[in-house]
Structure formats: C-alpha cells, structure tokens
Design a protein around this ligand. Structure first.
Ligand code: MN
Length: 191
C-alpha cells in the first residue's frame, strides 16, 4: 500500500493565530511528509505490504511502528481542527465526559495537565474502550491508544515541532490555545 500525505480541509493560514501558517507548512508539509516517505520506503519486502495504518500500528515495532504511528497520529490531529472550531462537545460524548470528569472544564484541565506532564516528545489522547468508557492517555513518541485496544478520539501533539515556532517553550499555552480550534463534530464522529 502506498501511503499519501493527508490533505488538509482548511487553508494553511486558516487556524491562525492558534497554529500559524509557518507551523502548518513545516508540521504538515515537512514533518508529516517525511514520515509518509519513510514508511513508503520501509514497507516494501515486509509482511505489511498490503496492510493499512491501523494494522501496521497494532502489529509492528521499531522504525515501521514509529513512522506508521506518526502518520496516523498526525492525520487524526490535523483533521480534528477547524477555523470554526471551539466550544464544547455535544450528545453522548459530552455526557460521557461529564460522567468521567464531572464537567467539560475539569476534563480540559486534566487533559492539559497530562500534556504538560508528558516528559519529552509524545501525544496526549482522549480514548474510549469498547463500552464507551473514556480515559486520558499520555503516550511517548509515536504512541497511539490502538496498541492498548482503545479507540483514539482526540489528540494534542506535544512534540516541540508542533508548537515551537508559535509558542517557543510554552507548551502549556499551546495546549490551552488548541481548544479554540477543536472541531467537536469530528471528535464525536470517532466516538
Ligand atoms: Mn507532530
């Protein structure tokens, strides 16, 4: 299977000032493109030649896992944002968040704390199990809830390349700012 760079459903400058055009151009156009190129170079001749990203992530390790994980993680990340995003989730997801963390605001606080507390590079996730039970996960490097049998719903990238051009070392400020562009309709559709 040949992997392709995901197309963004918005212009490169559409998420400003939360994510600058320059960050989109580097993060999507260069970092993510490199993971796509790497995986396309690594997979031929392996048992993953016909496999999709989810299968590769569940069954691989090493460089193949890292590059496949980074592709799926970034696809989920970029596609969950919209220039008209923000606000709160609705429906079943909103109910489950309230049941788990007491309120949406409490959930946001816990999610931000997980993101700022993740040492080094990685991803903070909202994930669901088969019964719809929610949890927040801190995954290092290319980690994804799929490897724990969980469904990924929402993710914030805490690799420095995600925020350094816009926020320098202020990871917490970037995390707080990302809520303004989350498209909860997309996140709800993953639940
Ligand atoms: Mn990234």
């Amino acid at each position: 299977m040949k992997f392709e760079l995901v197309q963004l459903p918005y212009a490169a400058d559409a998420l400003e000032p939360v994510i600058s055009k320059q960050t989109i151009e580097f993060h999507h156009g260069k970092h993510l493109q490199t993971y796509v190129n790497n995986l396309n170079n690594l997979v031929p001749g392996t048992k993953f030649e016909a496999a999709d990203l989810e299968t590769i992530i569940k069954e691989s390790d090493g460089a193949i896992f890292n590059n496949a994980g980074q592709i799926l993680n970034h696809n989920l990340y970029f596609l969950q944002f919209s220039p008209t995003g923000g606000g709160k989730p609705d429906g079943q997801l909103a109910k489950a968040i309230d049941a788990t963390w007491g309120s949406f605001e409490n959930f946001q606080k816990e999610f931000e704390t997980a993101g700022t507390g993740l040492f080094g590079s990685g991803w903070v996730w909202l994930a669901a199990d088969n019964d719809g039970k929610l949890s927040i996960l801190k995954e290092p490097n290319a980690g994804n809830p799929l490897t724990k049998g969980l469904k990924p719903l929402l993710t914030f990238d805490v690799w420095e390349h995600a925020y350094y051009l816009d926020f320098q070392n202020r990871r917490a400020d970037q995390l707080k700012s990302l809520w303004n562009i989350v498209d909860w309709k997309v996140v709800e559709s993953r639940y």
